[in-house]
Design a protein around this ligand. Structure first.
Ligand code: ADP
Ligand code: MG
Length: 675
């Protein structure tokens, strides 16, 4: 028996060389490509509306008899064909066609036709221009395929019908009957029929959901199998060590949540297989010290740790705090950034390779080829939502099956985490250090903002520090720019106060100098772009002003607010915005209403959907062909549940009835990894 699915489309009846060339433009090469060329939508002409029930502006389908001659009007621009149709009760519709001579030829009084389009109704005068007309008046639902020149909807549908017939007996059912029943999914042959030639919209929808389910399911199963394989790998071996020297150096006692999460990390690290753990904790919950504890343990085992962060500012800050914490305990900490001088970088790379460095903190510079570790045991990504799959993979490849830890302040639903990070273990830091006072958040507008700045000046004169965030570096009419606004403030309300500007286009040394002055309270007010969004920690800063607050997403606003409220004094956040739109108001009200990062994430997901939530920064999403994570969250959740059940018996895929699924899942994963 020949493998029809993988044969070129030219083996099919009605497809010659020329047709095959045309189809190739649509990326259709094999018969499988052809039957998997899914409609992007449907023209639903299955519901017939009686003429006397048509409403003005309604898009509907009508079946009626041509009741007049077809009159032809030749105009300068177009030839029009005018006629009327009527139902048995005498309700009429006046029809205008433009330039459709071929169709007009086939119309004649007495013929029953089906019309689809948008109707104009004024009293009993009904009209439609350029409707879709079917001479065979059977109600139906037509698939709409993306086309290319020379390929029509009808001809493509015909090719697909032939292909489906030819492949009929070779379609493999990948989903077990139990799963199909549980999730109400049609069987594979039926699904292909229904997706291309549905009788009702519901049938088409159900078939499409099956294919979405299948795609997400194969990927999820692939990931889980991968995870099982990972569990056979040997990870670097770490022995328990006395942690008291480190704990004694901390200026505070760990929260119970921190103790628990550190324990969870240590338990994972002690296992012979590599750990992958996502640590979720709200801004300010104290995630950095978890990284410190893990790095300490590794160093005392003679092994290296890498801490990758998304911005240079954060790298510098972590370097300063971690080297002063760990340095005196005998842990050698170094900083690697992209803007270091070449010679410096080379020296540092030599020390890393020789194992003279225990903890390397850095930006993306860390994952460059030239960086080689002697014995990387633990790779940590801070603010992990800023990194893509490839970057995380590159990090992993710096060691031999290192343990991976991802720190995140943006909680994501577990089902999404599964797609983005494989099957991670998850730890939750659900407790803020004691004495934190929730940041009081107010929305104000440009009218009231001068009073707020005056008030801010008073606070600063009493020794407080403040951040002011602007959406851009350079000015535009409707957006405050950090540079201009900084100058303006300096010459007006903040005259005589030490104020500086910080943004991403500055050189690393400049940034470092400013940040370090701000930390030492030599600078009182920092006017900045969102470069301070993640991680920056200056507990003496108690006020955050966000200009053009409508420009920021909810999670981002929360991250910005998280820069204050890090000490034990009351902190304030002012969101300045004149945007009265419903959308901005909903977002800013939600922002003012809660300080809870998990609540904020839920709300953000609700307001924007997971698309934005994942962020444009979230590169490296698996390349799904049919599924769309911004739309198919519900299906994804169902997929996760089904996979959970299956993997309760981790060897289920060895059973012969699951062989096809196993192979397809592995293939799917392989192609996803190659992207
Ligand atoms: P994030 O989770 O946002 O990364 P950080 O690790 O930057 O938070 O910690 C925020 C602040 O809280 C830092 O100043 C840190 O020193 C402080 N901190 C962390 N843990 C505790 C604790 N258990 N008690 C008191 N302060 C703490
Ligand atoms: Mg942090």
């Amino acid at each position: 028996m020949i493998d029809v699915l993988n044969s070129p489309v030219s083996i099919l009846r009605g497809i010659g060389q020329k047709r095959a060339e045309l189809l190739k433009k649509l990326n259709i090469v094999t018969c499988a490509d052809l039957i998997r060329y899914f409609p992007r939508g449907y023209l639903d002409m299955s519901q017939i509306t009686p003429i006397d029930q048509l409403k003005n502006g309604q898009t509907a389908t009508v079946v009626a008899k041509v009741c007049t001659d077809i009159s032809k009007r030749v105009g300068k621009r177009a030839t029009r064909f005018l006629f009327s149709v009527s139902d048995p009760k005498g309700n009429q519709i006046f029809v205008i066609l433009y330039n459709q001579a071929y169709l007009a030829q086939h119309l004649h009084p007495g013929l029953t036709v089906l019309l689809h389009g948008t109707f104009t109704v004024e009293g009993i005068v009904r009209r439609i221009e350029s409707p879709k007309i079917k001479l065979d008046p059977q109600p139906e639902i037509q698939p709409i395929y993306p086309l290319t020149e020379g390929v029509t909807q009808a001809s493509l549908a015909k090719n697909i019908a032939v292909a489906l017939d030819a492949c009929q007996n070779q379609l493999k059912e990948m989903l077990l009957p139990e799963i199909r029943t549980e999730c109400d999914l049609p069987e594979i042959r039926e699904a292909y029929r229904s997706v291309h030639f549905p009788k009702t919209a519901a049938e088409a929808e159900r078939a499409k959901n099956r294919f979405i389910f299948e795609e997400l399911f194969l990927f999820t199963v692939g990931i889980r199998i991968l995870k099982l394989r990972v569990q056979k790998l040997n990870a670097p071996k770490l022995e328990p060590r006395d942690m008291t020297p480190l704990l004694n150096r901390l200026p505070y006692a760990l929260t119970n949540a921190q103790k628990r999460v550190i324990r969870e990390c240590f338990d994972g690290i002690r296992k012979p297989t590599p750990m992958s753990r996502l640590i979720q904790g709200d801004v300010g919950s104290g995630k950095t010290v978890i990284a410190a504890a893990v790095a300490y343990l590794a160093a005392k085992n003679g092994l290296q740790t890498a801490l990758m962060v998304p911005t240079e500012i954060l790298a510098i800050q972590h370097y300063e705090s971690l080297s002063s914490l760990l340095g005196p305990c005998g842990v050698k900490v170094e900083l690697l950034t992209g803007s270091m001088r070449a010679a410096e970088k080379r020296d540092l790379q030599l020390r890393i390779e020789a194992g003279a460095t225990d903890l390397v903190i850095g930006t993306h510079a860390l994952i460059q080829k030239s960086v080689k570790f002697r014995n990387l045991a633990i790779a940590i990504a801070d603010e992990q939502h800023r990194f893509g799959v490839q970057q995380r993979a590159a990090m992993q490849e710096k060691g031999i099956n290192p343990h991976m830890i991802f720190l995140s302040a943006t909680p994501i639903p577990r089902s999404l985490a599964l797609v983005l990070y494989g099957d991670l273990d998850i730890s939750i830091l659900d407790e803020l250090p004691p004495g934190r006072i929730p940041v009081a958040t107010r929305r104000i507008n440009s009218e009231t903002s001068p009073r707020m700045y005056q008030y801010l000046r008073d606070r600063i004169e009493k020794g407080d520090q403040a951040y002011i965030v602007c959406p851009s570096v350079e000015g535009s009419d409707e957006m405050k720019s950090a540079v201009d606004f900084c100058n303006e403030l300096q010459q007006t309300v903040f005259r005589g106060i030490s104020i500086a500007c910080l943004h991403g286009r500055m050189r690393a040394e400049e940034k470092e100098a400013i940040l370090s002055d701000f930390m030492k309270n030599k600078i009182s007010v920092l006017v900045s772009t969102t470069v301070i969004e993640v991680g920056v920690n200056v507990p003496n800063a108690t006020t955050m002003v966000i200009e053009n607050a409508e420009r920021f997403g909810l999670s981002q606003l929360h991250q910005l607010r998280g820069r204050v409220g890090r000490g034990t004094r009351a902190s304030y956040c002012f969101a300045v915005s004149d945007d009265q739109s419903e959308e901005a108001t909903a977002r800013l009200s939600a922002f003012c209403a809660t300080n809870d990062g998990f609540e904020i994430s839920r709300k953000d997901l609700e307001l924007r959907g997971p698309g934005d939530f994942l962020g444009n920064r979230q590169h490296g999403l698996p390349p799904f062909k049919i599924a769309d994570l911004t739309r198919d969250m519900k299906i994804l959740e169902r997929v996760s549940r089904v996979a959970d059940q299956l993997f309760e018996d981790p060897s289920w895929f060895i059973l012969p009835e699951n062989r096809a699924l196993f192979i397809s899942a592995s293939e799917m994963l392989r192609s996803a990894m190659l992207q």
